[in-house]
Design a protein around this ligand. Structure first.
Ligand code: CO
Length: 299
C-alpha cells in the first residue's frame, strides 16, 4: 500500500502545482479521452533515446487517434537529462496523475521492459495504485487503466523473440557466433535469459545470451564460444536501447568491455550498436503487448 499513499501525494501535488486553467477537453462516457503511456527505463544518450523514440513513433502510427506520452522510470536519468539538456520527462506516477487531471478516461500503459524484473514490479505497483484510485475515487482516476506485460514474460514470448532475432541475424549466424547481451538482474525474472537462450538454440547453435549484471555471465559465454571454435563474433545488446551499457560495457574501448575481452581471446568482434527498439520486428512484438493492455490483461 506504500505506493497508494505515494500516488495520492503525487496526485495532490500535481493538482495544486498545475495552477493551469481548466483548458483540457475532458473525456466522458459519450466521448472517451484515450491515452497511451509508453514507459521505458530511459537513456541519457541520444543513441539510446533514438530507440525509445522508434517505439513511441510506432505506437503513434498504430494509434493515430490516441494521445501518446512517454515516462521514464530511472530518476537518475531523468535528473541527468533535465540538468544537461533541459529535457523534462515524467516518471509514471506523475505522468498518470497529469493524465487523470486532464480528464483522460482510458489509459493503456506500455511497458517496454524486456523481463518482468524490479523495474516492472515497480511500474505494476504504480498502475495498481491508480486502479485503486479509479475504483474508490472515480473522479480522480480513470474509467480504464491497462498495463502490458514485458517482452519476455509468457511461454510464447521466447519463441517469438527468438524467431525475430534468428531472422535479423540469419547472415551472421552462418559466419560465426552472435552474442546478445542482456541487462541481467538479481531478480528471479533473470531466468528469462536462460529461456531465451534455449529458444535461440532452437534456431541456431551459434546464438549466445549473456548479461551484464546477472547470468549467464561473460565467463559462461566465453567458455561456450571457446568450445564452439568460431572465429567471428557479432555482439549486440539484448536491451531496448543501445545506451550506456552497449557503448561502454559491451563495445567500449576499455580493456574490460566484452568486445576487448573477446578480442584478447583472438576473435574478430563486430559490435552491432542497436537496441531492440530499433528492430522493426521487435517493435511489432511490443505493439502486440500494447494490444493486450487495451484488452484488460492483468499481470
Ligand atoms: Co544498468
Amino acid at each position: 500500500m506504500k505506493y497508494l499513499s505515494y500516488v495520492l501525494a503525487i496526485l495532490a501535488v500535481t493538482v495544486l502545482a498545475a495552477g493551469t486553467v481548466w483548458a483540457f477537453p475532458t473525456g466522458s462516457v459519450e466521448n472517451p479521452k484515450k491515452g497511451i503511456l509508453v514507459v521505458a527505463f530511459g537513456s541519457s544518450m541520444s543513441e539510446g533515446e533514438a530507440s525509445i523514440e522508434a517505439v513511441t513513433d510506432a505506437v503513434r502510427k498504430a494509434y493515430s487517434d490516441v494521445e501518446v506520452r512517454v515516462a521514464y522510470t530511472s530518476r537518475i536519468i531523468m535528473r541527468k537529462i533535465a540538468r544537461e539538456n533541459g529535457k523534462i520527462v515524467d516518471e509514471p506516477a506523475v505522468a498518470l496523475a497529469k493524465m487523470a487531471f486532464e480528464g483522460f478516461t482510458d489509459v493503456a500503459v506500455l511497458s517496454t521492459h524486456i523481463i518482468p524484473g524490479e523495474e516492472y514490479d515497480d511500474l505494476k505497483a504504480v498502475v495498481d495504485g491508480f486502479r485503486t484510485i479509479s475504483s474508490t475515487a472515480p473522479k480522480a482516476g480513470f474509467r480504464f487503466i491497462g498495463l502490458s506485460s514485458p517482452l519476455l514474460s509468457g511461454a510464447k514470448d521466447f519463441e517469438r523473440l527468438a524467431s525475430v532475432l534468428a531472422d535479423s541475424y540469419s547472415e551472421q549466424t552462418k559466419k560465426g557466433a552472435v552474442v546478445l547481451v542482456g541487462h541481467g538482474t538479481h531478480h528471479f525474472a533473470n531466468a528469462a535469459y536462460g529461456s531465451l537462450q534455449f529458444a535461440l538454440w532452437g534456431k541456431s547453435p551459434n546464438f549466445y545470451i549473456g548479461t551484464i549484471e546477472g547470468l549467464p555471465s561473460y565467463d559462461d559465454v566465453a567458455s561456450r564460444l571457446k568450445a564452439s571454435k568460431v572465429k567471428n563474433v557479432w555482439i549486440a545488446p539484448a536491451m531496448l536501447v543501445a545506451g550506456d551499457h552497449a557503448h561502454n560495457d559491451i563495445a567500449g574501448p576499455e580493456s574490460d568491455s566484452w568486445k576487448s575481452l573477446l578480442e584478447a581471446q583472438g576473435y574478430k568482434v563486430t559490435p552491432v550498436l542497436e537496441g531492440l527498439g530499433q528492430n522493426a520486428a521487435v517493435r511489432n512484438l511490443i505493439l502486440d503487448k500494447l494490444r493486450e493492455a487495451w484488452d484488460g490483461f492483468r499481470p
